[in-house]
Design a protein around this ligand. Sequence first.
Ligand code: PEP
Length: 252
Amino acid sequence: MRKNIVAGNWKMNKTLNEGIELAKELNDILSKNKPNCDVVIGTPFIHLAEVTKIVDKNIIGVSAQNCADKASGAYTGEVSAAMVKSTGADYVILGHSERRAYYGETDEILKNKVDLALENDLTPIFCIGEVLEERESEKHFDVVKSQIENGLFHLSSDEFSKIVLAYEPVWAIGTGKTASPEQAQEMHAFIRKTLAEKYGEEVADNTSILYGGSCKPSNAKELFANPDVDGGLIGGASLNAKDFHGIIVAFD
Ligand code: PEP
C-alpha cells in the first residue's frame, strides 16, 4: 500500500543555526507524538549533513531541494546526487515550479536529475503542476500529463515505483489560494489513471501523490481526506514546527 507523506520544503529560508533549531524542535515534538504518516523535511544543501545527525531518521526523512543534472566534474556551484546522498539525506525534491520557472529546468534536464537521484538511491519527490493561464484555458490535464511523460516515463516500472509525485498547481504556491479538495482529487485521480495506463494498476495504486499549494493546519484534513491525495508538500507552513505539526496531525 502507498504511504501517506507530509514533506516540508524550506526553500531558501533559515540560516544553519535556525535550521538546526527547527529540526530539533520538530524532532522533539514528533518523538513525543509519533506521526501517523511519513515525515520529510527538505532543507537547503548546507543544512543537510547537520540535520541528518539531529533527527531520528525512523521518524523524519531528510531531503535536498534539488541536485545537479550531471554526475560530477567541472560544474561550479552545483551539488550532485551522490553528494546529497553522502550527507545522509534520502530524498530529493525535483522539478519544483520555482526551479522550472526561475532556473530554466526543462523536462530533459529533469530526466537526467531523476536518473542520477535513483542511481544514488535517493527518492525523488517529483513536482508537477500547471500555471493559472493553463488552468483557465483548460490545459491543466495536458500540461501535467506531459510533465509526467517527459520527466518520468522513460523509467522502468521498478524504477518508477521509487518515485513520489507532488501535484502543485503553481497558482496555489505561496499565494494563500488553495486548490479546493475537489480540484485536488480530480487532478490526483487523473494522475493515477495516467500512471495506470503506463505502468499498470498496481504501480499506480502504490504511488504516493502529494498535494502542494498553500496547505496549512486549517485545510490539510479536508485535502488529505480525498482518496487519491496521499499527503502534502508544504512550503510556508513547514517553516514553523507547530504549523508543520498541525498538518502532520491531519493523519491522526
Ligand atoms: C511549495 O513551494 O512546494 C509549496 C507548496 O509552497 P506553499 O505551501 O508555501 O504554498
